[in-house]
Design a protein around this ligand. Sequence first.
Ligand SMILES: *Cc1c(COP(=O)(O)O)cnc(C)c1O
Length: 404
Amino acid sequence: MSNHDALAERFGTPTYVYDLDVTAQARDQLFALLPDGFGLYYALKANPHPEIARELREGGCRAEISSTGELANALRAGFCPEHILYTGPGKTDGELDAAISAGVRLFSVESYTDLQHVGSVAQRHGTTARCLLRVNTTQGSASTGIRMMGRPSQFGIDAETLPSLMPAFKAVAGVRVVGAHFFTMSNAQDEDALLGEYEFVLQSAAQLRQEAGLPLELLDIGGGFSSPYAVPGARTDYPKLRVGLTQLLDLYLPQWRTGEIELACESGRYLSGSCGTLLAGVVNVKESRGSRFVILDAGINVVGGLSGIGRLLPAAVGIEQAGQEPGHLVGPLCTPGDSLAKAAKLPELAPGDLVTVPNVGAYGVTASLLSFLGRPAPTEVVLRGGDVVSVSRLDYQRAYEVSP
Ligand SMILES: *Cc1c(COP(=O)(O)O)cnc(C)c1O
């Protein structure tokens, strides 16, 4: 009996299994790809599970959050408030209150009014917040990944407006502008495209420093590191990144060598994607007009939820069980959108069989349509050295039990 079979027997399905040994490998690999001294923010959006966040923290990561829930998970994972970066285009009064009360002092702001908002809450708490201006760059060189910038956007301050706005930014009370935050691409499999994007970012940052007086005590150059999602495969290796990025820094921002400019980047999927495997059970197999449908107990309520609403990710889950029989892999929900893989090559499968979906440690549970159709959330089991160290399940259904 394989370890996965044993875990499925013990904890039932659907169950996510997170292997912290793999989390640590991914973390150490990403640090090794970066020039020495780079800070690395873990975007809890990818997976806020405190055990995963703790494993990343223990290896030197900081936390990037954008809600009170993520704040609670980051604190539970042991991050000290000084190592938390708060981001997002819609920070509410209540969220800012909670973050500043908890000691968070570093914010990425997306507009002049966002900066004023952070400043007024900081003042109310008798403190000063350090702010990074998130920059909406004018254009980019990326040929892969999701382009985030260069268009009208709720994210970032339009780069071309910075020279005229900078005096006003610097005059806002309750905040000190300490640097810049770029996030221009996601999931870049092509190393040259990633380096090209960083070149553009570093060039833009240097130019804004020169022409607009943009402070660069801390420069967060973004991320873009790629890791397979819900299909077998290894994390992307970037053999030229460390040397290439060092050369770009020496060219555009030589002050990085003296420590005058602190550098950071950020990642969600690279750090937590590969540590997670979904164990799903086959509930039924049916034939319809010549097609085989394999119906699982996990659908877009458990994995790939964002793709269920037609956004961001193709619904094309790949299971580890190899086979040659065509079939559609579907979930249990009452919507034709609950499809995990169309016309996939599957093995013989029967009710009660186990299928495993690899590389779902990021954008799994919390990025899915968890409460749609009211099924319980999947169990989440955390392993270290092959031993179970934590078992939990989000209990969203209790929300209805709270009376006003
Ligand atoms: C979503 C997000 C990330 C994480 O993206 P990955 O593709 O998971 O690495 C990092 N930074 C920002 C600002 C984000 O919005």
